[in-house]
Design a protein around this ligand. Sequence first.
Ligand code: GLU
Length: 520
Amino acid sequence: MAERRVRVRFAPSPTGPLHIGGVRTALYNYLFARQHGGDLIFRIEDTDSNRFVPGAEDYIIESFKWLGIKFDEGVSFGGNHGPYRQSERREIYKKYVKQLLDTDKAYIAFDTPEELDAKRQEIPNFQYDAQTRGLMRNSLTMPAEEVERLINEGHQYVVRFKIEPGRDVLVNDIIRGEVSINSSILDDKVLYKSADELPTYHLANIVDDHLMEVSHVIRGEEWLPSAPLHVLLYEAFGWADTMPTFAHLPLLLKPVGNGKLSKRDGDKLGFPVFPLEWHDPKSGEISSGYREKGYLPQAVVNFLALLGWNPGTEQEVLSMEELIQLFDLSKCSKAGAKFDYVKGVWFNHQYLLKQTDEEWTPAFDKILKENGIESTPAKEAQVVSMMKQKVVEYQDNLSGQIKKRNISFVSDLWPLCKFFFVAPDSFDKEDKFIKKNWKENAAADMTELAALLEGLDDFSVEGQKQVVDAWAEQTGKKPWNAWRVCLVGAGQGPDMYELAAFLGKEETLARMKNAIATLG
Ligand code: GLU
């Protein structure tokens, strides 16, 4: 048999913002499709109208655009297996529901919610299945004329899958191997509801996977329990020979403790669980996003790719191209992956440093503007170049301690860089650095240095260095820290010549005069 073309899909339900676990699922589908020269389909599974959230679909599309995950077909991308939004495929599903009814693989059931509740009261652990369906109001227990009459009178009904008990159902899973489930534990799932004339997730999902010629179903572990049912549906339709191969990805786990990663973990520890900021249309609540927090999309992709898979080498920083080359679905772990958000910060640091200084400036300029500062891209790039290797303090939300880390976000620059743009206006005489470095002779030394600088025609780093180094050597003076007090007002910042060159002669001299006058 000829190799089947690889066709995979990402099929979210538009019930809210896309969770970061969903992003990883989409990413793995993308890597797999690219690696095999196949297609990635974007399908919207919106058959549950109760859970529909306006804006969610656009949000998901925008998220992938930002992340650089590209689809070949689907909602907003086009393609010849459409429509790709399930709410636009009603008529298609009806035909397949009828096929199951006509071939006796499914049946019509009229039980009302109240009747079902009563049965649950009556029979412990009640499940609608081969054991109980004979006790219920359905087309298996009622005469055909009665069924027809009820339908014609407009009574609501559902179509249920007639699962034959006692069969071992095999799910072929790339990550988990062959998973066997006995069909007796499955219930006769509802496939269609007359009330909204829509199929349920299970039926729509299988019909679409078949019609869209999906070869591999790569999705989160939470869907594993549905897989035996899906296998049985493929068989019931007579499509067993084109059944996709499954791959159920490991869960994303809480960074600390046990259990599934939740939005609450993110809120508590201070990291986003959504790719983009989300404004809930109902509650107005705003949830933070990786993009708005200052993460680079490449860093997010790299970080997520390694949650549940690794290339088996020490290499961690991997571009999308490298990921496509190296990704191996069969090497994904079965065990859940702890969501190490600190590692995500580390990745962002790595990718920030890969950028040119100029690439930092749009984000930096935005932060400066928020702080009332107008500058130029050239100046901003200079500051970035001087400061990007520095270390910042931050509060570790886990321990509550103040810790140090490399600059990992453009926003980390601001507290370190304020003095480039704003002259120190007051000097704290109790500040340790100032106390230690502004001694009796400081004012005199600074006056001398200022005179020297004032005479310079060439105020570049080199120009200053020649003259000031020579003066320092001749006089034996060490003016650097007092000079730093003048220009920065604290014990931080880059090399003094670089700083003075950045500020320019006029600003440098003004800051020195001000310090001399204030500190004396
Ligand atoms: N609509 C399901 C979801 O929201 C799709 C599950 C699947 O991939 O089969 O994840």
